[in-house]
Design a binder for this molecule. Structure first.
Ligand code: ADE
Ligand code: ZN
Length: 321
């Protein structure tokens, strides 16, 4: 059996980060935008390091200027994920890029994405959205983003998150935005332990009171934190291909996901920004199988963890189980 045929649950995925470079190029051309600097000679996204990756990411969002553009992006991205066997996808959505954090515009963008997601159900994939603030845009922008999230919390928008430069500001600066989201009934996650060490994870847990951590892999540097994560059942949204491509770890074999799992930490597997890292869920599983000898039963177990940790209602959970 190819891993392609295994039903997969993916919890950590950025919608714009999944935009195929060819789509971004075509949309830019149609709109007379010159963003050729973000591509290499082969047409792939081109960046040297994480901070430049963030710049390229932002540049790649520029051709998507309307709800219709986001509907097309959603349809294409869900088609590709379904092709890789993903049956349930939680994608980070950014009011920053969808109407500049204006609640009225955000609603229109969101409606377009929901319609595209509803149509993609025919492919056997269900999507939920996690509204996400961008850390290097600052706490005030995060509060406006949380206000957009609060306005649209429901069966589709089920979570609130924090992405971007982990070394910008302190989690305490974002506590207010997370409190707003929690009070609106949203489930919470934040990127930490990717570019920051164990303290960054502790700070996200303390100040943002998240139940999942995006990445979280650098917990491995602190055995006491690893035990705490295992004991409290915090779920890590691990994206090994992203970590290897961005240089958090030099190779798949040196990635800590297997050690974290052996220590009893709840780990899941996701792609983060698939075309940026030349990956998809099938490649993630193939590489993990080669590096750690994981077999179908291991991936089925990881998917049960992901199912439990999914920010979805009971109806969706029963349907994707
Ligand atoms: N936004 C998109 N991908 C990201 C990553 N890997 N880390 C932080 N923010 C991101
Ligand atoms: Zn991410």
């Amino acid at each position: 059996m190819s891993f392609r045929d295994l039903p997969k649950i993916e919890l950590h995925h950025h919608l714009e980060g999944a935009a195929p470079p060819a789509l971004v190029r075509d949309m830019a051309r149609a709109k007379g935008l010159d963003i050729s600097g973000i591509f290499d000679a082969k047409g792939a996204y081109d960046y040297r390091d994480f901070l430049q990756f963030l710049d390229v990411y932002e540049e790649a969002t520029k051709p998507f200027k309307s709800p219709d553009d986001y509907a097309l992006l959603t349809a294409i991205v869900l088609g590709e994920a379904a092709e890789a066997g993903v049956v349930y996808l939680e994608s980070f959505l950014s009011p920053d890029f969808c109407g500049g954090r204006d609640p009225v515009a955000w609603r229109e963008y969101l409606q377009a994405m929901v319609e595209a997601a509803n149509a993609a159900e025919a492919l056997g994939i269900t999507m939920n959205g996690i509204v996400t603030a961008i850390r290097h845009f600052g706490p005030e922008a995060a509060r406006e983003t949380a206000a957009c999230a609060r306005e649209t919390a429901g069966d589709f928008i089920t979570g609130f998150g924090l992405a971007g430069d982990e070394n910008a500001g302190h989690p305490a600066d974002f506590a207010y935005a997370f409190d707003m989201a929690r009070e609106a009934g949203l489930r919470l996650t934040a990127h930490a332990g990717e570019w920051g060490g164990p303290q960054s994870i502790r700070d996200a847990l303390t100040h943002l009171k998240v139940e999942r951590i995006g990445h979280g892999v650098r917990a491995i540097e602190d055995p006491a934190l690893v035990r705490e994560l295992a004991d409290t059942g915090v779920v890590l949204e691990v994206c090994p291909g992203s970590n290897v491509a961005l240089g958090v770890y030099p190779s798949w074999a040196e990635h800590p996901i297997a050690r974290l799992r052996e220590a009893g930490v709840k780990v899941t597997v996701s792609t983060d920004d698939p075309p940026f890292f030349h990956t998809d869920m099938v490649r993630e599983y193939d590489e993990l199988a080669s590096a750690f000898g994981w077999v179908e039963a291991d991936f089925a177990a990881l998917n049960r963890v992901a199912l439990d940790a999914a920010f979805c209602n009971d109806f969706t959970r029963a349907r994707i189980a």
